[in-house]
Design a protein around this ligand. Structure first.
Ligand code: CO8
Length: 264
């Protein structure tokens, strides 16, 4: 067993951070393996990815404090960049990532969850950015992504106080989309991944790009980006078959079938 596990389950995959003895804390070894796995995802075949942590207690309890404790300023900055580069790969990976948060999601754990497209959590999940209590800032994108997800006021309160919040509060502030009993979390995450994977992959990928890149642009440019991506879906086999399938319903509702999208 490696520090990070990767399992392809048909049209989606599951990545598991596998360092349960340290509550899945992110050390350099975990980050290096994760980087290789994300680089190696076959984004033609895999249409959604679930990211979770091994064991029943923790998703990811942050960056490894032992490893960080003796870093110089330059090394600290380099370690921040190492994490940021990988999390950015997840954020910009063409296929959607779902974080299945099964316990502690603190510091770098909250940050890796926020680099995913969608977060769902178990009732036992706990979120927080405890860094200022350790004498550092969030360093894997927390100051930026938390503010974008829950708004600057709430992000500042959580970051300045270093207060951890439970799953119900994370749901209330919009940090997660849904909360499930622990025993149901993976089933729900995989069901969500499977639903996404059943839709037209070219279109899903274009939606991810349009939302992520559009949010960084003024509205006129964002709308123009959407137009380009919308146009890019046409003349694909999937667009023709998806629409033809709908139109067949007009002749005979019995003719509507599940479309087996081909990703072309
Ligand atoms: N780093 C290293 N080891 C950890 C970490 C961590 N973040 N979290 C837990 N562990 C280890 C513990 O040391 C312990 O190991 P051992 O058994 O060898 O003593 C084992 O995991 C189990 O942990 P506990 O015994 O502490 O379990 P508890 O149930 O008592 O407590 C907690 C669970 C509350 C999650 C507790 O472990 C804790 O507070 N952990 C630290 C959480 C934290 O502060 N995370 C943020 C770290 S900072 C960060 O992520 C910054 C990201 C950006 C970095 C940028 C780099 C420059």
């Amino acid at each position: 067993m490696g520090l990070v596990e990767y399992e392809v389950k048909g049209s989606y995959a599951v990545i598991t951070i596998n360092r349960a003895e340290a509550l899945n804390a992110l050390n350099s070894g975990v980050l290096d393996e994760l980087d290789k796995i994300v680089d190696g995802i076959d984004t033609d075949a895999v249409r959604a990815v679930v990211l979770t942590g091994a064991g029943e207690k923790s998703f990811v309890a942050g960056a490894d404090i032992g490893e960080m404790s003796t870093l110089s300023k330059a090394e600290g900055e380099a370690f921040g960049k190492k994490g940021n580069d990988i999390f950015r790969k997840i954020e910009t990976c063409p296929v959607p990532f779902i974080a299945a948060v099964n316990g502690f999601a603190l510091g770098g754990g909250c940050e890796i969850a926020m680099s995913c497209d969608i977060r769902i959590a178990s009732e036992a999940a706990m979120f927080g950015q405890p860094e200022v209590g350790l004498g550092i800032t969030p360093g894997f994108g927390g100051t930026q992504r938390l503010a974008r997800i829950v708004g600057p006021g709430m992000a500042k309160q959580l970051i300045y106080t270093a207060r951890n919040i439970k799953a119900d509060e994370a749901l209330r502030i919009g940090l997660v989309n849904a909360v499930y009993p622990a025993a149901e979390l993976m089933e729900q995450a995989e069901k969500l991944a499977s639903t996404i994977a059943g839709n037209a992959p070219i279109a899903v990928r274009a939606c991810k790009k349009a939302i992520n890149e559009g949010l960084e642009l003024p509205m006129d440019e964002a709308i123009a980006l959407e137009e380009k991506l919308f146009g890019s879906c046409f003349e694909s086999e999937d667009q023709r078959e998806g629409m033809a399938n709908f139109l067949r319903k007009k002749d005979d509702p019995a003719k509507v079938k599940h479309v087996d999208f081909k990703n072309r």
